[in-house]
Design a protein around this ligand. Structure first.
Ligand code: AMP
Ligand code: GLY
Length: 427
């Protein structure tokens, strides 16, 4: 059978690579894909992005199943469109995807269904937003309502910074329509974790836990990015916390959606802040796998990903379990000079190692051109390795990084530092 994966990042490389391992799969098309998916056995890139053209392609190629990587096509309604043409596709409908595409919707949904999250208010008028900031004080968090590719959240430590964020988003419209409204919320302290599940409308299958590193520089400094590295499992998610997150957050999302007339199917990602007492609160929902969380998670997955997704499509996730490599996995993102603001493109990548049993280099912003891999985006590669502990996976991933070169390459040297510190404290 033939499958189709939508997207062009490291997450999609990992999804397509994993799906291609399924014995029933002949080929996985990736639209539009990247330099890594162009070169990977069993995968083939197709240069299509418009969702109606993708549906035509899926019909013409008799695609058995389409899996959607990024949020934009979900928010655009690709799942609704494919379903209306009787095409099998895995992901949430446009209405369900509002959990990610509108922060205001997500916050109000959480209030309606008593899901723990930071206190907030939302505004379309700048003067009211400014007054709210003055009344609440700092630190405070300003978020553009719509999809902003990771650029829409400003954690302001000074009132000045918060006011400037409001001006940029609501008045100068630097994020376009994504900034028609802002959500302003209470600053939460604690440790972050990513909690990702497969959902079938009724049941959920939690994936291995993970944590990413959003800041550009070592020691969690510099601007927020899409994610500079990730590891799995996340020791902050203890078994007790895991059970609470499913009970207090994940199940209420599915039940709430069903109550509101929508069944949530697809990946569901809760970005969590765990406070000092171990209470989880939701920072954000994503209606997809995380990038780069997907890379370490899928490197650890031993079950057939296609079978898991088929169970989800048939609302039978209660009848399946996922099997994970007992080893930890850790991925280090290699980014282009200028990332996240204005990444340089077009540099040749050298020293890419052939994959081995305990590591793979997933491609994100790369293209295959004239026989060479060249940089083609902000996050270029994610060197992902397995190890008996997070520390060992970290060591292995950085060994892999060592040989890889491209002009202006930047990466963090401390991916996994929190988990490694936890281990040290325990031993
Ligand atoms: P989001 O896209 O909403 O997850 O926000 C991006 C990042 O901003 C998160 O991963 C956090 O590091 C930070 N952040 C978002 N909301 C809050 C909050 N209420 N308190 C503290 N940090 C936050
Ligand atoms: N790494 C965070 C995200 O995918 O949104």
């Amino acid at each position: 059978m033939k499958l189709l994966v939508i997207g062009s990042g490291g997450r999609e490389h990992a999804i397509a690579w994993r799906l291609a391992q399924s014995p029933r799969v002949q080929k996985v098309f990736v639209a539009p894909g990247n330099g890594g998916t162009a070169r990977e056995a069993g995968l083939e890139n197709v240069a299509i992005s418009a969702i109606d053209k993708l549906a035509e392609f899926a019909l013409a190629e008799n695609i058995y199943l389409t899996v959607v990587g990024p949020e934009a096509p979900l928010a655009e309604g690709i799942v609704d469109l494919f379903r209306s043409r009787s095409l099998r596709i895995f992901g949430p409908t446009r209405a369900c995807a509002r959990l990610e595409s509108s922060k205001e919707f997500a916050k109000e949904f959480m209030v309606r269904h008593r899901i723990p999250t930071a206190k907030f208010s939302s505004f379309d008028a700048a003067h009211a937003a400014h007054a709210y900031i003055d009344a609440r004080g700092t630190p405070i968090v300003v978020k553009a309502d719509g999809l902003a590719g990771g650029k829409g959240v400003i954690v302001a430590t000074s009132a000045d910074e918060a006011h400037r964020a409001v001006e940029r988003i609501l008045v100068e419209r630097t994020l376009g329509a994504a900034g028609n409204r802002v959500v302003i919320e209470e600053f939460l302290e604690g440790e972050e974790a990513s909690f990702i599940v497969l959902a079938d409308g009724e049941h959920v299958l939690p994936l291995a836990t993970s944590q990413d590193h959003k800041r550009l520089r070592d020691g969690d400094g510099g601007p927020n990015t899409g994610g500079m590295g990730a590891y799995s499992p996340a020791p902050v998610v203890t078994p007790a916390l895991h059970a609470r997150v499913v009970r207090e957050i994940i199940r209420p999302v599915l039940a709430g959606m069903a109550e509101e007339g929508e069944r949530y199917t697809g990946f569901l990602y809760a970005g969590l802040m765990i406070d000092g007492s171990g209470n989880p609160r939701v920072l954000e929902f994503n209606c997809r796998l995380g990038d780069p969380e997907a890379q370490p998670i899928l490197l650890r997955l031993r079950s057939d990903l296609l079978e898991l997704i088929e169970h989800a499509m048939e609302a039978k996730l209660d009848r399946v379990e996922a099997d994970w490599d007992r080893r930890a996995a850790l991925g280090v993102v290699l980014a282009a000079a200028g990332y996240p603001e204005a990444p340089e493109k077009g540099h040749i990548v050298t020293g890419l190692p052939a994959p081995a049993e305990d590591f793979r280099v997933f491609h994100s912003g790369t293209a295959f051109k004239d026989g060479a891999i060249v940089t083609n985006g902000g996050r270029v590669l994610c060197a992902t390795a397995l190890g008996d502990s997070i520390k060992m996976a970290q060591r292995r991933a950085y060994e892999v990084v060592k040989g890889i070169r491209f002009d202006g390459m930047q990466y963090r040297g401390d991916i996994g530092h929190r988990a490694v510190a936890v281990r040290k404290a325990l031993t």
